[in-house]
Design a binder for this molecule. Sequence first.
Ligand code: UT7
Length: 325
Amino acid sequence: MNRAAILGTGSCLPRRVLANTDLEKMVDTSDEWITVRTGIRERRIAGAGEETSRLAAEASRRALAMAGVSAEEVDLIIVGTMTSEKAMPSCACLVQKELGAVNAFALDVNAACSGFLYSLDVADKYILANPAMKVLVIGAENLSARINWQDRSTCVLFGDGAGACLLTGASDGRGLLGSRLMADGRLWHLLHMDAAPSLNPDLIPEDYAGPYIRMAGQEVFKYAVRAMQDGVAQVLAKVGADPAEVALVIPHQANIRIINSLGDRLDIPAEKIYINVHKYGNTSAASMPIALDEANREGRLAPGDLVLFCAFGGGFTWGAAVLRW
Ligand code: UT7
């Protein structure tokens, strides 16, 4: 049986580091509050030449180099993002141009922080239909451009970056065993970001207050823990695996307390959970592919390992996936 297997991973982070102590000078916050409540110590902030598509393209180049595959061999590029530098064309088309992936078609998936998980699922469907396809799946964000830097309840949480992986069909047992995706649009108002205002003055809402990320943090926190636990339980049941069989969990990196309580509820020990939220904050769709690439390059993944992904984000969107490395 063919499955979508990962041939290579890559990631790219902006150069500029913004530490908690820097934020202390910008808003009424403290290194201690941020560290204790979120686990975040610093995050990366994109500058000139580090637009979403550029970070995505560089992460992709690194994934292609690891896989030993040329850009011309890529058939499809999928970018999970909600912060591309252009509304049109898609970020995926800009990545295609940057890479010279002239034989690929390209599309974006907007599922907020679940964007990588949703993109992986779309790639899986294409690869199951045509196992020879080579698909780049990317998560990339420039959240610093969409943050109200006067709002201490959000500006300390987010960061920029990109991660990528190249997938193709494999019939040796490796690959995506299953995924479970969910959404509840009724709760959109708990975590959202307005688009840029309409250019038609008649359509600009009176209460339009800027295209910033807004979040009811505590409510999102509670939903995130419960929803990811449920998503993981469902996907493990679907593929017939036990939590004890999981070699490494790669969760969405939003808050160390969310990750820890998920680990407790699933009874998965901390050493089996990959964490880098302290270095990058919440990079939304980019967080899991960045973590995957770091785990891979650190040698945390061995052939045959069961890898569990889980994410939660605006929409609400959430879900989980299990992959045999
Ligand atoms: O990626 C998508 C999913 N996103 C998430 O999963 C994020 C989920 N939410 C969270 O991670 C947490 O809810 C936050 C980190 C956002 C907030 O932590 P919390 O423990 O829920 O704090 P809170 O919102 O209840 O605020 C507690 C206090 C408040 O003060 P009072 O009302 O108790 O006096 C806030 O005003 O902390 C205050 N506060 C801050 N203080 C210092 C809020 N932000 C800050 C800040 N620095 N940056």
